[in-house]
Design a protein around this ligand. Structure first.
Ligand SMILES: Cc1cc2nc3c(=O)[nH]c(=O)nc-3n(C[C@H](O)[C@H](O)[C@H](O)COP(=O)(O)OP(=O)(O)OC[C@H]3O[C@@H](n4cnc5c(N)ncnc54)[C@H](O)[C@@H]3O)c2cc1C
Length: 408
């Protein structure tokens, strides 16, 4: 089942976010290479707070707008219109998801120490799970946390901890209960940064980014954890609950990425058509060629499919329905969708698309990581395929694994 009606209040709110993005975030993009990001964000934060657009994902008791999945889907779509959109209103990953995690699992003291500065935009957090030893299969993580009297002592290494070099604290996953079943061996720890025992070895050089970008937006860090001593109350939730901490944010994260991707893809297609209708080659505007129109048609179909997919996810989340299958399908589809549209837009711009005179090259390199982060394509396909077989075995049809509940 799905109800396609978007409540009027969300439409109005979406339009307010659109105006905010157009009036403040898009103009600020041009300043990113010439002014410190911190200064730019300070101004955007003040404006977002003044316009009552701050922290839409957080409950009102924590100073947010308390939006549910559908409201957030609308908002994230509008924020996708600028790479500064999420940062401007404090819904950027991994801060936003960690805010929700601490709100749900944190003690009162942890909420006061970590959640309040995060919600106020005064702190940033990094999520330190992946290691060289393991990523897609996180049960292979090697970092250990051993209880020593009133303390925990952590040892190991981390790899690809985004924002590690600019974060004020980290949420670190470490093995605490090796005797437990595979998914209950790990726990999450809150670690104040900087800390000499949590050493940022380097910002790992990655596609299309330079050191200036890492310094301002945060790098993907290699970290050495060497006898990091933490108080007993640094643990978030219960021992063995480390993976469970992440489960409730999966649907939220998908909506966030999904809608932003749709916003970005829409913008890329707009740029493509703007250029292709103006650029004349061999006596005709590029957009008049049927081959080009086919390319635009494919992009339109991709964006349309993505909108429907994410709205269905939001609907299921609102109703508290099981969305694991749709969630994985969306995780595979959406990064490919945005990649295809941005790639097409870049292509239609010719050499101009390869420059930094349009935002397309920046978007192109940025979005490639999405097919790896949060579970690579193949891991999600593996899950989706298994569910297809299971659905057939259970009912003699695979419909339940391919959106069959849309009708009944
Ligand atoms: C830009 C970026 C930012 C990141 N930020 C963070 C962060 O902030 N915090 C954090 O903890 N981690 C972060 N990561 C790490 C990310 O979550 C992992 O890279 C991801 O989970 C994949 O793990 P892996 O790199 O170890 O790949 P592996 O698990 O080693 O997989 C390698 C490849 O093998 C294939 N494969 C793996 N398993 C299967 C299977 N079952 N079936 C078929 N094929 C398979 C896939 O093609 C996969 O891409 C980030 C990564 C990137 C690129």
């Amino acid at each position: 089942m799905i109800d396609f009606e978007i409540p009027e209040e969300y439409k109005q709110l979406g339009l307010r976010y659109r105006k905010f993005v157009e009036d403040y975030c898009v103009p600020a993009e041009a300043q990113v290479r010439t002014r410190p990001l911190k200064e730019i964000l300070k101004e955007l934060h003040a404006q977002a707070k003044a316009d009552a657009l701050w922290c839409p994902h957080m409950p009102e008791e924590w100073g947010g707008l308390g939006l549910g999945p559908l409201g957030m889907a609308v908002v994230q779509y509008e924020l996708g219109g600028s790479p500064l959109g999420d940062l401007a209103v404090n819904t950027q990953g991994s801060d936003d998801a960690t805010m929700l995690t601490i709100a749900r699992y944190g003690t009162q003291a942890q909420k006061e120490k970590y959640l309040i500065p995060l919600v106020n935009g005064d702190a940033r957090v990094c999520y330190s799970m992946t290691e060289r030893a393991a990523g897609g299969d996180a049960t292979g993580l090697q970092t250990t946390a051993v209880r020593d009297g009133d303390s925990w002592v952590l040892n190991g290494e981390k790899w690809f901890t985004s924002l590690g070099n600019i974060a004020d604290f980290a949420l670190v996953l470490a093995k605490t209960n090796p005797e437990n079943p595979r998914h209950e061996q790990f726990s999450g720890f809150l670690v104040d940064l900087p800390n000499p025992a949590y050493e940022i070895v380097r910002n790992i050089p990655t596609m299309g980014r330079d050191e200036k970008h890492y310094e301002e937006f945060g790098g993907h860090c290699e970290v050495k954890i060497d006898n990091l001593v933490l108080p007993a109350d640094a643990i978030l939730g219960e021992p063995g609950q480390g993976f469970a901490l992440g489960q409730h944010r999966l649907g939220y994260g998908r909506l966030r990425h999904g809608m932003r991707n749709i916003g970005l893809a829409q913008k890329a297609l707009d740029l493509a058509v703007e250029h292709a209708t103006q650029r004349v080659t061999f006596g005709q505007p590029v957009a008049d060629r049927q081959g080009i129109q086919f390319m635009l048609a494919e992009c339109a179909a991709e964006i349309y499919k993505a909108r429907l997919m994410v709205l269905h996810l939001a609907f299921k989340m609102e109703k508290g329905m099981d969305l694991r299958q749709e969630n994985s399908i969306a995780k595979i589809f959406l990064p490919h969708m945005v990649h295809k549209v941005v790639d097409t837009a870049l292509q239609l711009h010719g050499a101009l698309g390869y420059t930094h005179d349009t935002p397309l090259a920046e978007w192109y390199t940025g979005i490639r990581a999405q097919r790896l982060v949060d579970g690579p394509d193949e891991v999600h396909k593996w899950r989706v395929g298994r569910n297809v077989v299971k659905a057939f075995e259970a009912s003699g049809t695979t419909a339940a694994a391919c959106g069959g509940d849309l009708f009944y």
